[in-house]
Design a protein around this ligand. Structure first.
Ligand code: NAD
Length: 362
């Protein structure tokens, strides 16, 4: 029976990457029935100013699985991130971003194999914000003043909630992931020395969860120290579990270790659905140019096939991508020795080359 999957092409470079990814997934021999849905600024006018229409959420819930391209978020003003709203509304709390070195990638490292597990519903991403000068911000500043602290009156305020429940389930998720995927160690990342009641709680709960998972090694690291150590000795780490904001930043750092954002896939897991999407954003400057690297989205497709228990097809697709990287010919500009290398191919040519490889193995 076909797997029915919601496909959200996204915007910017999203539609080109989604099309390339759809082609290679279909060439893997798995029967996929796409339910194409649109979200983002391009469709908000048709839906009363809502960039994430209800029917998109309904489709993901009905199918339980979605593959999503990046969606642009206006900076500083405008609507809230569709990506964050999607994760919060569907309670997609567990984000998994594998960062793995493939042979032939141009990077300073050749032995990286890390898994980022990022909590995706809490922290400074919760969207609880008070605009500078607003009545609510002024009231909050006054309240804070009455409770022994001081905040400058011309401040904007973002709230950082970290709960026992939210921490317990993501750290549990990280241990579960480690066990199922033969990983040796979970590292909880925090800044508990400074934020004692949010990150302090995170660390305390993580240690409790670790005690119940004694079969997997556990340690913790302060986030700034972790960043330095990842750059010096990434091989020392295995599964990293992080609150939302550190998870976002460290994901891009780790993408840098494995050759860039063009190679960093991701998955968002909740109790009701799973949404697969690359770590990178919509890179608007490359939109419509058949230029961006589709491999991060294709590798997100590989993660989706594994989730659908299409292991053999997932292995074949990942091998085809790995071979293409190792050969170094049919790859996009970002994987060439110099960014203006004339032998770089476009997004759709990468898909062509992978489809050709798969046609031999299917
Ligand atoms: P970005 O990831 O879109 O791009 C940063 C740079 O990385 C690009 O300029 C490009 O040089 C490179 N890059 C990214 N993807 C690439 C690819 N597939 N191939 C080759 N090079 C690639 O980050 P940004 O510029 O900070 O964000 C652009 C928009 O995307 C913003 O609106 C942001 O909010 C949004 N965004 C969305 C998601 C998501 O949909 N999940 C994630 C991150 C950012």
């Amino acid at each position: 029976m076909a797997h029915r999957v919601t496909l959200i092409p996204g915007d910017g470079i999203g539609p080109e990457l989604a099309e390339a990814t759809r082609r290679v997934l279909e060439s893997s021999g798995v029967d996929l029935d796409w339910d194409v849905q649109h979200a983002g600024s391009d469709v908000m006018d048709e839906h009363g100013g809502n960039p994430l229409p209800e029917h998109v959420l309904d489709s993901i819930l009905a199918n339980g699985v979605a593959l999503k391209g990046p969606i642009t978020t206006p900076v500083g003003t405008g609507f809230r991130s569709v990506n964050v709203t999607l994760r919060k509304t569907l309670d997609l709390y567990g984000q998994v971003r594998p960062c793995k070195s493939y042979e032939g990638v141009r990077s300073r490292y050749d032995d990286v194999d890390l898994i980022i597990v990022r909590e995706a519903t809490e922290d400074l991403y919760a969207g609880i914000e008070f605009e500078e000068g607003s009545a609510d911000a002024l009231e909050l500043i006054e309240w804070i003043g009455e409770h022994g602290a001081s905040v400058r009156p011309d401040s904007g305020i973002s709230i950082k909630p970290i709960s026992v429940e939210g921490t317990r389930r993501i750290v549990d998720f990280a241990f579960d992931y480690a066990r199922k995927n033969g990983r040796r160690k979970v590292t909880a990342v925090h800044k508990a020395n400074i934020m004692k009641f949010s990150d302090g709680l995170w660390l305390h709960v993580a240690r409790e969860v670790a005690e119940q998972n004694g079969d997997v090694e556990f340690e913790d690291r302060i986030v700034d120290n972790l960043c330095m150590q990842l750059v010096q000795r990434p091989e020392e780490y295995d599964v990293l579990v992080l609150p939302n904001l550190y998870g976002d930043i460290v994901s891009d750092l780790c993408a840098g270790l494995i050759g860039g954002l063009g190679l960093a896939p991701g998955a968002n897991f909740g109790t009701r659905a799973a949404v697969f999407e690359p770590t990178h954003g919509s890179a608007p400057k490359y939109a419509g140019q058949n230029k961006a690297n589709p491999m991060a989205m294709m590798l997100s497709g590989v993660l989706m096939l594994r989730h659908l228990e299409e292991t053999e097809a997932a292995d074949r697709l990942e091998t085809a991508i790995a071979e293409l990287i190792a050969e170094g010919r049919s790859v996009t500009y970002d994987m060439k020795p110099s960014r203006d290398d004339p032998t770089a191919v476009g997004t759709s040519e990468v898909a062509d080359a992978i489809v050709e490889k798969l046609s031999v193995t299917v």
